[in-house]
Design a protein around this ligand. Structure first.
Ligand SMILES: Nc1ncnc2c1ncn2[C@@H]1O[C@H](COP(=O)(O)OP(=O)(O)O)[C@@H](O)[C@H]1O
Ligand SMILES: [Mg+2]
Length: 180
């Protein structure tokens, strides 16, 4: 994978596959602290201790289409390659939290990529899941939540093309202001 947003897409897909009704994507980015931290939290089915201890091993997967699971091990490698770190906690029946910390100015750090498109892809692909995206950049904060959007939609589907296109614009603009 060439962009962090593609890792995020993959990791959040694990959450929706695990039956999560709420997925939170937090990006805490600081040039001052030279760090970019991505945290993905879900309330899906979780994993037991034994499975969790082996889950970043590429040969651990519950998928049946191929024998190796790749998402978590690739994400872990991408973080560690920069001199950063990776962690995962999970509780059966409660949910899972994945954290990857990257050294911001490492030449091995992949660019973040297009977070607006990534969130729109996720939202459009899983109507029954709510998504919260928070992005902090050196103390400035942007937040987007489908919970809030649904409140004002008044019955219009959040996955309709018009709404998804609006969400894309809203997130792009918000991030643009963050990086200004
Ligand atoms: N958020 C999650 N909640 C529950 N189980 C998960 C979660 N993330 C990963 N898993 C479990 O870990 C396995 C490995 O995940 P991953 O490395 O992304 O590979 P893959 O999705 O290809 O199987 C998954 O098959 C799934 O069983
Ligand atoms: Mg996966």
């Amino acid at each position: 994978m060439t962009e962090l947003s593609l890792h995020i897409l993959d990791i959040v897909n694990n959450s929706t596959k695990a039956g999560a009704t709420l997925v939170q994507v937090d990006i805490d980015e600081s040039v001052i602290r030279n760090e970019l931290k991505i945290t993905i939290t879900d309330n899906g089915c979780g994993m037991d201790e034994d499975f969790l201890s082996k889950v970043t091993d590429p040969f651990k997967t519950t998928r049946t289409t191929r024998k190796v699971g790749m998402g978590l091990s690739l994400f872990k490698n991408a973080a560690e390659l920069t001199g950063g770190s990776f962690g995962i906690t999970s509780e059966l029946g409660k949910g899972t939290q994945v954290t990857a910390t990257f050294v911001h100015d490492s030449i091995d750090r992949q660019p973040l990529g297009d977070m607006a498109s990534t969130m729109v892809t996720l939202i459009g692909g899983s109507e029954s899941t709510d998504f919260v995206y928070r992005h902090n950049f050196d103390g400035k904060e942007f937040e987007f939540s489908t919970v809030e959007v649904k409140k004002i939609l008044d019955g219009v589907s959040v996955v309709s093309p018009e709404i998804l296109s609006w969400i894309n614009g809203y997130i792009s603009e918000g991030l643009g202001e963050l990086y200004e």
